[in-house]
Every structure is written in C-alpha cells, then in structure tokens.
Design a protein around this ligand. Structure first.
Ligand SMILES: *[C@@H]1O[C@H](CO)[C@@H](O)[C@H](O)[C@H]1NC(C)=O
Ligand SMILES: *[C@@H]1O[C@H](CO)[C@@H](O)[C@H](O)[C@H]1NC(C)=O
Ligand SMILES: *[C@@H]1O[C@H](CO)[C@@H](O)[C@H](O)[C@H]1NC(C)=O
Ligand SMILES: *[C@@H]1O[C@H](CO)[C@@H](O)[C@H](O)[C@H]1NC(C)=O
Ligand SMILES: *[C@@H]1O[C@H](CO)[C@@H](O)[C@H](O)[C@H]1NC(C)=O
Length: 440
C-alpha cells in the first residue's frame, strides 16, 4: 500500500496517522469475555444474564450448552429502538440454518416477534421441556463484559447486530423463575460462542465452569475466547487439562422438526467405564454413535444429573455397590437407585470417600469422577449415587453427562482444534469455579 509521504506537505499528516495506528496497537482489544452463571436452587438450572436492546436491559437466560441459538421472549414488552427482523434469504437467515421457513405473521398484534411482512422463521428449542414453536429471527444489540487484567471484570463491549430468535411466552414453560429464554452455546454459526468469536475477533473457544453452590457469591462462569482461563495465581489449570476429541453428531436426535440437521450438541467418545480401577462390563456398542445419531456420550447443562442407558445404568450401579459393600445401603430416594448411609463414609477434599468412577477415552485418557461429583446428599444421613436411569437410548445419548457431574470442573471447548479439555475436580487442586469468575 503506497502512501504519498514523499510530499513535504503530507509528511506531518502521515506522521500523525502513523502514530495513531501504532497507538491503536498498544491498546489491543480484549481477548476474553465472560458471563456469570448462577445455579437456581429450585430447578437446578444454570442461569446467566446478558444485557440486550436499546436502552440496554439485563435478560436472564438458562444456559444450554448444546443449544443452537440465543432465544428470548419478544411477545410482550420487548422495547428496543435497535431490534431488526431478519428478512427471508438474508445472510442472517442462512447462518441460522435450522429448518428454514419464510412466513408472514398476519394475525398480529404486530411488533417484535410478529412482523406483517415475509420474515425468516426458526425453531427455538426449550431443551428442558423439549417444546418448540416457529418464531421470528431478529437481531439486536447485546453487551458483554470483557475479562480485564488480573482477572477483574473489564470494560463492557457491545455487539450491534446479535442474531437471536424471538420466541413466544409459551416457550419459557419449565424454566427457572424470572428467566426469559435460553442461551445456546452449541455447534452452530449463531450460538453465543460463534457470534462473539466472529464479531469480537476472538478465538473460537470457550470455557465452562459451573459452581455447585446456589449462593450468588459463588457463581460459576463461561469465558469466551482463548486460554488460559484462570486468574488465581496459585493454580495453573489450563496447562494441566487433559483433552479428548469433540465428535460431531451429523443427525440431530433432539427434536423432530430439526432432525434433518447436524446436532449442535457436544459429544465425546467414552470407550469404557472403570470403578475403583476395575472395568465395568457393558455393551460397548452403545458407547458409539450409531448411524441414526443415537447412542454415544454427550454433555448437557439442562439435565441436573447424568443419565445412563438402562443396561449401562444397571451395570454401573452393580459395580459401584459391590465396591462399597462395607457401607450400609438404604432405601433409594428418587430419582436415584443406589443410596447409602452417610455414617460410614468419610469425607475427603474431593467429597465423600467412595469408589472413583473413570470415564476412559481415546488413547487411555481418563476423566476421573470423585465423590463430590458422583454422590448427591439427599439428607443429612443419606448419600446417593447421582446417576439416573435414562431408559432406552431413544432421543438421549447412552451416557448424558449432566450438571452435577461437571460442577467444579473446568471444561474447555476448543472449536478450532475440535477438542474438549477437562480438569477433573478443581477441589483436588484446592480451588473452585467461583474463583474463575472475574470480580468487579
Ligand atoms: C429465497 O431463495 C429461494 C432460492 O434461492 C427462492 O426459491 C425463494 O423464493 C426466496 N424467497 C424469498 C422470500 O425471496
Ligand atoms: C503455567 O502454565 C504456563 C503454560 O504452560 C507456564 O508458562 C507457566 O510457567 C505456568 N505457571 C506456573 C505458576 O506454574
Ligand atoms: C487405582 O489406580 C491408581 C493409580 O493408577 C491408584 O493410585 C489407586 O490407588 C487405585 N485405586 C484402587 C481402589 O485400586
Ligand atoms: C448391544 O447393543 C446393541 C445396540 O443396542 C444391540 O444391537 C446388541 O444386540 C447389544 N449386544 C448385546 C450382547 O446385548
Ligand atoms: C469401606 O471400603 C472403602 C473402599 O475400600 C474404604 O475406603 C472405607 O474406609 C471402608 N469403610 C469402612 C467403614 O470400612
């Protein structure tokens, strides 16, 4: 690029331009952004908050790791001078590939979510109730906090045309009180990580750290952008993560209307399960995704506990009970099948002293699950193995790793290298997820 700096008249101007461009380089844009995540005590859902609209208002959304998009209710009281409906066949409409529809909302009342002109429609999935209904695609401003120096919250940055789905009120049934939709982090081009990466020039990667506490002092966090993700100087978790490939499920088994598209969920391959270092006998065919997209292992934040396909569930319970046979088994407390008197179970830094459960993956990489993640305290005398019978592998995976099993674990989703990094319990490293949330 030739610039006419030879002219004496322009020399000064060139100098000024040169200086301001090098100044811009020294104040480099933030590389990480974050949202706090609060665990709702009554639903056990993980709730986040983002600012949206003009003027900006905080919107509470249930976090959905495998969700395709951000969707929020527009039907009543959506007031914003910057909302734009996505037209049919626009770039935004195509990015949101999910059973395309072009419809006109002729029935009114007209406003955000009901446009009296041909508009791009999509299906926002409530993955808790599994309900959905066609809804308009739109865009509006969202604002998100950068991670500043030393793990403090940095400046708030706005994204002008963030694409989301304008759902109807019925879509939020089953979600925590005060929540207006869901924040999808899934494998699509309009999920939160995808849009933030493209508009804020971030690495296509994010970390999830869910707190087991329902106190807002101990919120967890999702961090968008590149590693490392820790700010507490004691730990060095990012460098000690273990990795396993993320697997794309080419068939969406979550919902009938979305069945023709790839799944947006995060699947990994578990090859075997060990309890106290002993391999559990199970049908390993179920651990692989079959050609219809069923089976395999996925991670979900909308299920509070891990679901196991019936035959795997029975095998795991049997092996676990056998390893804990010196502890009194008590009547099961639903939804769990194996419960124990907590009297004879000691407490360690990583929770109740119970047999370890290893998820063994490719190349022998092991995700070790300790008592804090395997056991659920149902009352002061009873601890239950926190796994639930998921029935036949119909719409769920054979192993669906739920919230309780990933709490106080750092998970890093690297969408460039297509791998999942995991820390196992942070408690073993004397830290927790709330330490990773930037403080004001
Ligand atoms: C969108 O594009 C398709 C194919 O290019 C075309 O058939 C359809 O009529 C277009 N719809 C609108 C509303 O422009
Ligand atoms: C943390 O990990 C990074 C990257 O591997 C390394 O450069 C650094 O020295 C480590 N810090 C500590 C305190 O161990
Ligand atoms: C399982 O193996 C690990 C090392 O691989 C060992 O430290 C541990 O004690 C073993 N646990 C049991 C119950 O055998
Ligand atoms: C293992 O599971 C597959 C898939 O459901 C089934 O077809 C097969 O019969 C099972 N094998 C055994 C030995 O039960
Ligand atoms: C029961 O067995 C486990 C595992 O072998 C052991 O850690 C624990 O101390 C035992 N508890 C009692 C009460 O003997």
């Amino acid at each position: 690029m030739a610039f006419p700096c030879s002219s004496k008249l322009l020399f000064l101007l060139c100098l000024v331009l040169f200086q301001s461009s090098s100044l811009a380089k020294t104040t480099s844009p933030p590389k990480q952004f974050f949202l706090p995540i609060h665990k709702d005590a009554s639903t056990l859902q993980y709730v986040t908050q983002i600012k949206q609209r003009t003027p900006l208002v905080p919107i509470r959304l249930v976090l959905d790791l495998g969700g395709r998009a951000l969707w929020t209710v527009c039907e009543h009281g959506y007031i914003s001078s910057t909302i734009r409906t996505a037209g049919c066949n626009t770039t935004q409409c195509r990015l949101a590939e999910a059973s395309s529809n072009c419809l006109t909302c002729s029935w009114g009342p007209f406003g955000p979510g009901c446009t009296n002109a041909p508009t791009c429609w999509r299906f926002p999935l409530n993955s808790v109730t599994r309900g959905t209904a066609p809804s308009e695609l739109a865009s509006d401003i969202v604002a998100i906090n950068a991670v500043g120096p030393e793990g403090r919250a940095g400046k708030i940055v706005t994204v002008p045309q963030f694409v989301f789905i304008c759902a109807s009120t019925a879509n939020v049934g089953g979600l925590a009180k005060g929540v207006a939709g869901m924040a999808g982090l899934g494998r699509t081009r309009i999920s939160l990580p995808a849009q933030l990466a493209s508009t804020l020039n971030l690495k296509r990667s994010f970390a999830l750290c869910l707190s087991s506490s329902t106190s807002s002092k101990n919120d967890g966090v999702v961090i968008f952008g590149e590693e490392p993700y820790e700010y507490d100087l004691q730990g060095n978790i990012s460098s000690s993560l273990k990795y396993t490939p993320l697997i794309l499920n080419k068939q969406n088994t979550e919902d009938e209307v979305l069945r023709t598209e790839s799944s947006a969920e995060y699947f990994i391959e578990v090859k075997s399960i060990k309890i106290n270092n002993k391999t559990v006998e199970l049908n390993s065919t179920l651990l692989q995704l079959n050609d219809r997209g069923f089976g395999g292992t996925k991670i979900s934040t909308v299920h509070p506990y891990t679901l196991l396909e019936t035959s795997i569930y029975k095998a795991v319970i049997k092996a676990f009970v056998n390893e804990l046979k010196n502890v009194t088994r008590v009547a099961p407390v639903a939804p769990f099948g194996a419960c124990f008197s907590s009297k004879n179970i000691g407490i360690t830094r990583v929770g109740p002293a119970v047999p370890t459960i290893d998820l063994v993956m490719k190349n022998g990489v092991v995700w070790r699950v300790f008592g804090a993640n395997s056991m659920v305290k149902v009352n002061k005398d009873v601890l239950c193995l926190g796994f639930v019978d998921g029935g036949e592998p119909t719409f769920i995976a054979s192993i669906l790793i739920g919230g309780h099993q990933v709490e106080e674990n750092l998970l890093s989703f690297d969408l460039e290298k297509l791998r999942l990094g995991f820390s196992s319990s942070l408690l073993s490293k004397r830290t927790t997820c709330s330490k990773y949330r930037p403080k004001p």
